[in-house]
Design a protein around this ligand. Sequence first.
Ligand SMILES: N[C@@H](CCC[C@H](N)C(=O)O)C(=O)O
Length: 281
Amino acid sequence: MAIAFSKYHGLGNDFILIDNRDRPEPYITPEQAVRWCDRNFGIGADGVIFLLPTSDPNSGSYRMQIFNSDGSEPEMCGNGIRCLAKFMQDLGIEPVEGKYEIQTGAGKIVPQLDADGQVTVDMGEPVLLAAEIPTTLGEPQSKVINYPLEVDGKTWAVTTVSMGNPHCITFVPDVASIPLKELGVKFEHHPAFPKRTNTEFIEVVRPDYIKMLVWERGAGATLACGTGACASLVAGVLNNLCDRLCTVNLPGGDLRIHWSAETNHVLMTGPAQKVFAGEIE
Ligand SMILES: N[C@@H](CCC[C@H](N)C(=O)O)C(=O)O
């Protein structure tokens, strides 16, 4: 059977999008997703994203499901949901007052199509308690801020934040000096993270401008990570290093992140672009 797909990216974090509105289960298995994501033998992507019918209209009009390039299933994807919003627009799905309400593994997430072509996403509230990240660092009902973690023979001061998916953030003097591939995999599989973790290395250039390198759970080094940028800004505020409105510079470009003091919600603004479409057996 030939399956139609579209390829999109958000700052080089790239995804295969499938219009899966006619059935509640994804068209392809996690094993097929691994093959499709392969950059030599497949289409090539950091993940596959499905636009599905909602299973709970109170949580959104449509549902987003994701497979990472290793076939694992994350709860949420920030760059991915901006791509999904553009995909929905390209499919002719009308937003309500410019917004879509999407059911995700992190609850209802609301992307909005901006007049300048960017997408602003209400990413909801960050989750800070250790048991809910989840991490075994610290006390289960406490926040993990600037906490020592032994990785690769070195002690890192880490802060953990969930944006639906787990993130471990560490502030470093210079991101250019980080051997991402060697370290990232060790953080990802550290026993302190029972569901593995995404890891962000952050250099604070100014309180309103930070540089980020990311190692994603299930995808490795990527050019950008939306949930990671949100989690890093939250960690920066918790460590008194960042303003609540901040530009996060990633290898693929910039995201604007705002952690609202009024609503406690995190807002993310950035681009999403279609690259090509096709059919695959
Ligand atoms: N690239 C994404 C995050 C995708 C999921 C992540 N790899 C995980 O397993 O949690 C983003 O832009 O947020």
